[in-house]
Design a protein around this ligand. Structure first.
Ligand SMILES: Nc1ncnc2c1ncn2[C@@H]1O[C@H](COP(=O)(O)OP(=O)(O)OP(=O)(O)O)[C@@H](O)[C@H]1O
Length: 267
């Protein structure tokens, strides 16, 4: 039987004023009809760092992540504040397409379009008003370099993206996201469909990308959270139970629920 844990916020860190946050949620709640899937989430995400969201299946990680760029708008009711550059982007009058340009998303399964490698990147840029051929070409190159894919595809940009390996496709999806020059990158279990070698490549890419972007990653893989993140939030039954530096979470978890999850007692 599932143990009962206290949902008191005893181990949820906040950041001092001198830590610059890329974004922050305040009292974020998500309801799927009567299902109260996310309770009262207050989390801040430091700029140019990787934050991992961990927890058992159904604990609310994806629900929370998707709320950050308003991907839940049509499927759930999201209340509370989502602060981004001093604006509450959970307000109804906010332009969600604009938000998604700044807060990009990469999904669990690589989902390139059935187009060439180049077109996968150029497509969204054109849709957002980029026209000049030289600028488009430059963005193709810089985003593929940023996603550590350039060397592997630079001679085959007109080949179908679907001919790439799963790991390459996922890095293409990262390239597609960063081509828009977002400042926050949300990743929902980006390696769960990848083999260990491709996973290492994506992780190395993320460690490099954090110099330029603030990254929030949902992962089931605790080793991955330990390898890439600076801080880690542990979710359980729709509550943020603990939010601490990653090293603390894995060496000295603050509350019984985290200790049990980390040691494999549940999940
Ligand atoms: N589109 C949806 N419609 C209705 N309920 C949903 C939807 N997506 C998630 N839920 C519910 O919200 C709760 C949290 O699910 P969520 O997918 O956010 O958890 P998770 O921690 O990301 O799980 P996983 O690791 O399996 O992806 C669950 O009770 C789930 O059934």
């Amino acid at each position: 039987m599932l143990k009962q844990y206290s949902f008191e916020k005893t181990a949820v860190q906040t950041f001092p004023d001198n830590v610059s946050l890329a974004m922050r949620t305040e009292n974020l709640q998500v309801f799927y009809g009567a299902n109260h899937a996310m309770h009262d989430a207050d989390l801040g995400f430091p700029k140019n760092q990787i934050t991992a969201l961990i927890g058992a299946s159904g604990s609310g990680k994806s629900t929370y992540l998707r709320s950050l760029n308003r991907m839940n708008d049509n499927i759930a009711t999201v209340t509370g504040k989502i602060w981004y550059h001093g604006v509450d982007i959970n307000e109804p009058n906010v332009n969600i397409y604009e938000i998604r340009r700044h807060i990009g998303m990469v999904f669990q399964r690589p989902n390139p379009f059935a187009k060439s490698i180049r077109e996968n990147i150029v497509y969204a840029l054109k849709a957002n008003g980029f026209k000049g051929k030289a600028e488009l070409e430059e963005r193709v190159e810089t985003s593929l370099k940023g996603a550590a894919l350039w060397d592997e595809v630079k001679d085959s940009l007109d080949k179908s993206a679907l001919a790439l390996s799963g790991g390459q496709q996922q890095r293409l999806c990262i390239a597609r996201s960063i081509a828009m020059e977002p400042d926050v990158l949300l990743l929902d279990e980006p390696c769960s469909a990848l083999d260990p070698i491709s996973t290492v490549k994506v992780e190395e890419t993320l460690l490099e990308l954090q110099k330029k972007y603030s990254i929030i990653i949902v992962t089931h893989n605790m080793q991955q959270a330990a390898r890439v993140s600076s801080q880690c939030a542990f979710f359980h039954l729709g509550h943020v139970m603990e939010y601490t530096p990653t090293a603390t979470m894995f060496s000295n978890p603050q509350i019984p629920a985290t200790q049990d999850y980390i040691s494999g007692s549940f999940g």
